[in-house]
Ligand binder design. Structure first.
Ligand SMILES: [Zn+2]
Length: 495
């Protein structure tokens, strides 16, 4: 059962000082909690309880206040853990097939803006505030615990009292499982893209045959004749049509994805050994070629045969899903692609379709929401960072010019592993204040700045955090306005 906050006692409001975030105030389990911000910008949790032992998981200072104890605690990792234990809805939990959205946040500052967007839309979309890929954590020098704790404090500050997920995103190595489980994530995105064989896309039939014969079949707990018998000539009945699998397509699918299935299963087994109450997404969205329907069938059916239980699948859809900009491609082709993958997800599952690099793809949301009837996960990652740069541009144009110069100088290194179409040569080298104000609206500068986060934060991080802290209301408003446009199209289908 989902824990709910208790109604606030009559005297609770009078305890709040003018430094409190009023929306953070919440009562549960015999105490009332809120977050305060001191004049110098430091945030602290305050709790009031009759019985001090209610708060003994926290580290901080206690003072007596009438018949109560007033307890003040720093926003440390230990106290974040204590808060998740005290207010259990802040602890990431499984989302299942509910409509859901992931709000990656490279800075650990954006969650209150994400909460505002969800509250504004008022749909039953389950949020994943704590979500970051291993690659991004490395570039941002964050640990899995940092990601989780920042989201916890942000959700608490904004008064979120419903369940949350927690996505350890794009895990590629066995070791990635260990510290993300230990941190407390509940949703694990397994991405074996390094083992997907792009040559199988165009290889001739003899090469395909050699590739499938060379697969490590014992680790796949099968053999080639059994595989062919299972899939070649099979007919799958879908809602609106039937799909026939021919031998050539299924062999090509297995040549392409076979090695990645064994690796994904190794990660999955490592995860299951931990015994935590978690769920899994299987993702091949960052591979070189779109996932064809026959490949979807083979991959999903083989994973199920091997014992993987997953809640969502992220194929690579047709067209281009680049960072921070609109969908590039034939939108009718994408609609048909969503429809066939969604039909397969219903026929073979049900499981959710997961749309990655999902930020800023406004033209695609109504299509995938309708095709999946809300059995969908929308994953956004860097767009919160891109939007946060508007706050810098607006409040410190000189700093933004320096940031742009660094992003341009380091672009060739930053762009690795990202799909981009920007042309840095089109960006003004020494922009006027007015041009600075438009940098995040133009594809070229938006993408260059979008992927430059590692180098930018290394160089200017402390100055930038100061600007965001000094202007947090503006930051939250920008994030909220941006994300309303993302989640609104899913609202009518949310379930
Ligand atoms: Zn992805």
């Amino acid at each position: 059962m989902t824990p709910r906050p208790d109604p606030l006692g009559p005297s609770a409001a009078s305890w709040l000082g003018d430094r409190a975030y009023p929306e953070s105030q919440v009562s549960y389990g015999g105490a009332t909690y809120w977050l305060e911000r001191s004049a110098d910008g430091v945030k602290r949790m305050v709790a009031v309880a009759n019985d001090e032992s209610t708060l003994n998981r926290f580290v901080g200072t206690a003072e007596t206040l009438d018949d109560n104890v007033r307890f003040t605690a720093e926003t440390t990792a230990d106290n974040a853990l204590a808060l998740r234990s005290a207010l259990p809805w802040l602890n990431p939990s499984r989302i299942g097939l509910h409509t859901s959205a992931g709000f990656g946040d490279r800075l650990g500052l954006a969650t209150p803006g994400h909460v505002r967007a969800l509250n504004a839309v008022a749909a039953s979309i389950r949020p994943v505030f704590a979500q970051q890929s291993i690659r991004e954590m490395g570039r941002c020098h964050r640990t899995p615990r940092d990601v989780l704790d920042d989201a916890t404090w942000g959700a608490f500050q904004a008064g979120w009292t419903r369940p949350v997920g927690g996505d350890a995103d794009h895990l590629e190595e066995l070791e990635d499982i260990d510290n993300t489980v230990a941190a407390g994530f509940a949703f694990f995105t397994l991405d074996p893209k390094a083992e997907v064989d792009p040559e199988a896309e165009y290889a001739d039939p003899a090469t395909i045959k050699a590739k499938v014969e060379a697969l490590d079949w014992p680790s796949l707990e099968s053999d080639l004749p059994t595989f062919i018998k299972t899939y070649a000539g099979q007919r799958i009945d879908l809602q609106h049509e039937a799909m026939d699998l021919d031998e050539e397509s299924v062999l090509r699918a297995m040549a392409k994805y076979g090695p990645s299935l064994a690796h994904a299963m190794a990660m999955y087994r490592r995860l299951m050994e931990k015994g935590a109450d978690v769920e899994v997404e299987f993702a091949v969205d960052e591979t070189d070629y779109p996932t064809k329907p026959a490949e979807h069938v083979v991959v999903v059916s083989e994973l199920k045969r091997l014992g993987m239980d997953f809640v969502s699948f992220a194929p690579r859809f047709v067209g281009r899903f680049e960072k921070g900009v609109e969908y590039i491609g034939d939108i009718d082709g994408l609609r048909r692609d969503f429809e066939i993958h969604a039909e397969l997800a219903r026929a073979l599952g049900p499981y959710k379709l997961s749309l990655h690099s999902g930020s800023d793809k406004y033209s695609t949301y109504p299509l995938i929401a309708e095709a999946t009837n809300g059995v969908v996960h929308l994953k956004t990652a860097g767009t919160s960072w891109a939007e946060a740069l508007r706050v810098i541009a607006h409040n410190d144009a000189d700093l933004m010019r320096q940031i742009l110069t660094l992003a341009l100088d380091s672009f060739e290194a930053n762009r690795k592993s990202y799909h981009l179409s920007c042309d840095p040569a089109r960006i003004p080298a020494n922009p006027t204040d007015e041009q600075v104000g438009r940098l995040m609206d133009v594809v070229d500068s938006r993408q260059v700045l979008h992927v430059g986060y590692g180098a930018i934060l290394d160089e200017f991080g402390s100055r930038m955090y100061q600007v965001w802290n000094d202007n947090e209301e503006e930051h939250y408003r920008i994030i909220a306005d941006h994300f309303v446009k993302h989640v609104q199209p899913f609202a009518q289908y949310a379930q």
